[in-house]
Design a protein around this ligand. Structure first.
Ligand code: DAH
Length: 343
């Protein structure tokens, strides 16, 4: 004699299989799944009545119910292969769709500066980020004992050699000057510009980072003067900021130039003082000078016949001024909310 529960399960199975045979679309199949196997479907509903069965039949009832559920799940999977699933026939919902990437703000600035320099007739030459002490220091007239060469200021690739012949993460793009002239056999007159990343053993704060970017330029010829420096720099600043800028030279010391200057640009954002120029109407932009005769000799250029100027400006600084960014550390923060503003 069959148990009454068996009948119920057998009936349900017959009903389910008959309906299933007629199903030809993923939508109908999903409806079938909801009807028989969904949380409020017939099989789970029946299984929940296990507590209402006579105590001695509960175990068998549960077993039958679970067996039926497994069989129907098996039939479902098999039928899905025939008609496909809803996910395949309908467009995927647009959740968490990855956005398109875009260039970093520093890259955008570097490209703009590079294009302006190229338009001014400068050849763009890049150098290595790992540099020999010879180019990073000696060729630039920075002697072994100079404090900038200490390990507290400069990242060495190996413990510092007492012979000063090791390698460093370059501390400025000035390192490219001599290397570029020698490697490319440049003969005056020439004008080159080198954008790139530099490194300093420095504790980061809102205006300092241990890695940042510089734009270096070098122009050498028989009669290059401070006036040439001035006009090139004013053209660069004016073009970049879209407003005619003038510059102011203050005396500054850098071992590779003589005389050396610290450069201020007239504030392109105000007439009478603002946050960006700290109410002074002038903004510090970097260093420059007339190339030291020793440095000219180091690049095989005769200092008796030729002279030139060089400058080094911070690419991060241009970017911060342009966008009113007040913390240099944001560039390396990886903060997507910051970066998205430059998409
Ligand atoms: N190398 C200097 C620095 O990193 C910047 C600089 C100053 C570059 C004067 C020059 C220059 O070419 O003439 O602070």
């Amino acid at each position: 004699m069959t148990e009454p529960a068996d009948d119920i399960f057998a009936q349900l199975k017959q009903q389910a299989t008959e309906q299933l045979k007629k199903i030809t679309t993923p939508e109908e199949l999903e409806q079938w799944r909801v009807n028989f196997l969904g949380r409020k479907g017939q099989v789970p509903r029946l299984l929940r009545t296990v507590k209402d069965q006579p105590a001695e039949q509960r175990a068998a009832f549960g077993q039958h119910g679970n067996k039926l559920r497994q069989e129907l799940e098996g039939l479902l999977t098999a039928h899905q292969k025939k008609v496909g699933t809803r996910a395949m026939s309908q467009p995927q919902p647009k959740v968490n769709q990855a956005g398109l990437g875009h260039l970093h703000p520093l890259t955008l600035t570097r490209r703009r500066l590079q294009n302006i320099m190229a338009a001014l007739g400068f050849l763009i030459i890049e150098g290595p980020e790992v540099e020999e002490e010879k180019y990073d220091f000696d060729a630039l007239n920075i002697p072994f004992e100079h404090p900038a060469r200490a390990e507290t200021d400069t990242f060495y690739l190996a413990p510092r050699s007492p012979r000063g012949d090791g390698r460093v993460l370059r501390t400025s793009t000035s390192a490219v000057q001599v290397r570029a002239v020698i490697e490319n056999d440049l003969v005056p007159p020439f004008q080159i510009a080198s954008p790139g990343r530099v490194f300093r053993n420095e504790k980061p704060d809102p205006t300092h980072e241990s890695t940042f970017y510089q734009l270096e330029a070098l122009m050498v010829g028989p009669s290059v003067t401070v006036a040439d420096y001035r006009s090139i720099t004013e053209a660069l600043f004016s073009t970049f900021f879209g407003k005619v800028a003038s510059i102011r030279l203050r005396p500054g010391y850098f071992p590779f130039v003589e005389p050396g200057f610290e450069i201020d640009m007239s504030c392109p954002f105000c007439q009478s003082g603002c946050r960006l120029c700290k109410q002074t109407t002038w903004i510090e932009m970097g260093g420059a000078g007339m190339v030291h005769p020793n440095v000219l000799s180091n690049m095989n250029v005769d200092p008796e016949k030729y002279q030139g100027f060089a400058f080094g400006y911070g690419i991060d600084r241009f970017t911060m001024l342009q966008h009113g960014i007040d913390d240099i550390r944001l560039f390396w923060s990886g903060d997507i909310r910051f970066l998205k503003q430059f998409a």
